[in-house]
Design a protein around this ligand. Sequence first.
Ligand code: ADP
Length: 477
Amino acid sequence: MTIHQNLIAGEWVGADGVKNINPSNTNDVIGEYARASVEDTKAAIAAAKAAFPAWSRSGILERHAILRKTADEILARKDELGRLLSREEGKTLAEGIGETVRAGQIFDFFAGETLRLAGETLPSVRPNIGVEITREAVGVVGIITPWNFPIAIPAWKIAPALCYGNTVVFKPAELVPGCSWAIVDILHRAGLPKGVLNLVMGKGSVVGQTMLDSPDVNAITFTGSTGTGKRVAVASVEHNRKYQLEMGGKNPFVVLDDADLNVAVEAAVNSAFFSTGQRCTASSRVIVTEGIHDRFVAAVGERLKSIVVDDALKAGTHIGPVVDESQLKQDTDYIEIGQKEGAKLAFGGELLKCETPGFYLSPALFTEATNDMRISREEIFGPVAAVIRVKDYEEALAVANDTPFGLSSGIATTSLKHATHFKRNAEAGMVMVNLPTAGVDFHVPFGGRKGSSFGSREQGKYANEFYTTVKTAYTLA
Ligand code: ADP
């Protein structure tokens, strides 16, 4: 089997590979992917540092052409790359292709942004002096990504980093190197000068930690667990570098008595269970007012009967497997914890045997949960959700906000008054009205508050906050 190598200073390098396994069928080996060492990572950082002066001053048309070419190739290969994504991560083929299209759109968006790099000019408060405010690239950006969006998250970090003239050391998650390798290969062939983008696949404790410890990494953008996010923060403070964190969520979805029942059920089932519940914007707390509670729970139960959990690549599958064995264990541990805490496992939560050996779990819905239970407070990151019964809107809002996290928050209601109040008062970076908590556009800001996120927003033009630094220049006329 040929090894997919790391890209360091424009060369493909690395001899030892580890196997990338399909969670829908553990007999299926997708490929072998190189593992970078501490020395490889240091070489990648040095290459990015050396490439920075020229790339940060490169013409905007050069950057535009490379990002545009990348977008075109990703979109042209959406079926193939979407299939690779579903094969390595386990989300359904429709979700895999959808995510791939989104990655292409992100590269297209940032290709456009290269042509819109604007500054400001103002008169100084002193006569005959002009003031110019411009944005400059930050330097070497370290990109560390998780396994749950194998192509979209790398795209929404790599595209703006390159657009604004930074060079990159990119470390994808161990479980899903395939899509990352594919987009680096596309960018490399699209004509990136050597050293501008370096790929270092491998372990977090080796590759990631070497990036955190390097004084030559000027900024780190990270998406992953709260624990690792804290490490990124501490190391970045030590090196006085810029950093941006997207971590956990425990997103609430509120259902009020006046909700359209079908809208509420579809949005809740999508939020909690699609993409196997493995989205940081997934909702695992469904907060339901008394008047609709029993009807809502019964309707969700009915809806779950029609959900097919099976091989991600099979037509007709709605929910694929959990990503790996340890994540599956975490999910089933929480199902046990929920029952011990006194919540009622109303539906699902069973290990399933499908045609191929994989990590299959039926969507689990708890009822009679309270907001102080561990299943309501800790991120599970699987197809496990809990319904919390509340008296009225005021209590629903209070429970929705009573969490250490603050990424996304949803509500199902036909009341303009409650929808408006919720949009203003939900303590989250993103609010959804009559829509699932997950499923966001690529051209507008993404991010949260409280324990979910730190730093400026990702995506859309707001991304320039992180990937550039502001310069103010004064000139005597
Ligand atoms: P998850 O539980 O979702 O895998 P992690 O935070 O462990 O979340 O992983 C997210 C990313 O962070 C992965 O690319 C992983 O390899 C990386 N990572 C893990 N440990 C470290 C570390 N000590 N330093 C830097 N990166 C790390």
